[in-house]
Design a binder for this molecule. Structure first.
Ligand code: KG4
Ligand code: ZN
Length: 344
């Protein structure tokens, strides 16, 4: 008897948790048919960071166009979709609400199932898009502007948090240090660029340890050390060596991330390791992780930069596995700004 052919599953995914309005069509979880991202960076640059109220307004202005663009680029209609997915937390409440309300309206009108997705689950799932062979179990370090989580992925939708930041997220530290050196917003890519001209061993910034959990992170110390160093230079009327500060700060953050991740890999005997989130776009971090994994015979995965920072394709991928597991949300789905990973 011929094997029964499996029907394709197409998902329209929407992401609006922070400052990118994004929509994507994803087929069978790992095939991205379209990935439209409308960034608000230009708008927020004026203020040196994301202004939540402005972000919500911009999402409202752009979301319909972004969704039409995603369907058009995929060459599909709303009726061809098997489900509508949306990020419902964590994130800025007003920004999340725009996506959630839109997804509910579309799903209701087109009579499609609605799948709410956790933003971090989306970031982790970004690794499935280009690494077709990657399957759980693996360890994932999620480093973004709002989150720093070391997560054991035991299965699709099965997450155990080993460590998290106690204060600033890794990306937040990049953004704050960039502002202090006068590089502007968003800081991550600007620090990375500046660091290329600097000496990572020029200045020793502290690497904080958290006493009661070796996997937890703390980045407020290194950020304060950079600010103190800059103030010290100003008081002594010494030129601020921006490139050396950027390179030394980046090294301090990368070293801590690598140390914690490798400790978890060894202790939990993991064979696969992935990074995710905006900071995973950082080439210095990627190189250091790649090297550390190679030395331990661990397979290393990372998404391309476009799938590291916020996008809707990663939400469509995460939603596919939720959909396969039979998870669907009701019309009462709401934005949950402080949603915890693994909560439903
Ligand atoms: O994942 P993402 O787009 O949004 C959140 O969910 O937070 O991450 C944005 C963060 C920002 O803090 C940004 O500065 C940082 O990721 N980032 C980087 C790089 N590109 C973006 N940090 C370091 N190096 C980069 N190349
Ligand atoms: Zn994100």
């Amino acid at each position: 008897m011929a094997a029964m052919e499996q029907k394709d599953v197409a998902i329209l995914a929407i992401e609006s948790s922070c400052d990118e309005t994004a929509a994507a069509v994803v087929r069978n979880g790992r095939e991205v048919l379209s990935n439209i991202i409308s960034s608000q960076i230009d708008l927020h640059t004026l203020y040196g960071g994301v202004v939540p109220e402005l972000a919500s307004r911009k999402h409202i202005e752009r979301i319909n166009q972004v969704i039409s663009g995603a369907l058009e680029e995929a060459g599909m209609a709303l009726q061809d979709m098997d489900a509508i997915a949306v990020t419902y937390g964590p994130g800025l409440v007003g920004a999340l609400l725009v996506g959630v309300a839109e997804a509910k309206a579309i799903a209701y009108a087109a009579r499609k199932p609605l799948v709410g997705v956790h933003h971090i689950e989306g970031h982790i799932s970004a690794n499935y898009i280009e690494n077709k062979e990657l399957e759980p179990p693996f360890l994932c370090l999620v480093v973004s502007g709002g989150h720093t989580h070391l997560v054991k992925v035991s299965g699709y939708g099965c997450y155990g948090i080993l460590g998290r930041t106690r204060d600033d997220a890794a990306g937040e530290a990049f953004d704050k240090v960039a502002r202090a050196i006068g590089l502007g917003y968003p800081g991550g890519p600007k620090i990375e660029q500046k660091a290329r001209e600097g000496d990572p061993n020029a200045i020793t910034f502290p690497k904080a340890k958290v006493a009661d959990n070796p996997y937890d992170f703390s980045f407020s110390g290194v950020k304060s050390a950079v600010l103190n160093y800059i103030n010290g230079c100003r008081m002594k009327q010494i030129d601020i060596a921006e490139a050396d500060i950027a390179a030394s700060f980046q090294k301090a953050v990368v070293d801590v991330l690598v140390e914690h991740a490798m400790m978890a890999i060894e202790e939990h005997k993991m064979k696969k390791f992935a990074i995710a989130g905006g900071v995973a776009a950082n080439a210095a971090l990627r190189c250091a992780m790649e090297k550390a994994c190679r030395e331990r015979g661990v397979e290393f995965y990372h998404p391309s930069p476009v799938y590291c920072t916020d996008n809707a394709a990663m939400i469509g991928t995460a939603a596919y596995y939720e959909y396969l597991a039979g998870k669907a949300d009701g019309w009462d789905l709401n934005a949950v700004p402080n949603l915890k990973l693994g909560e439903r």
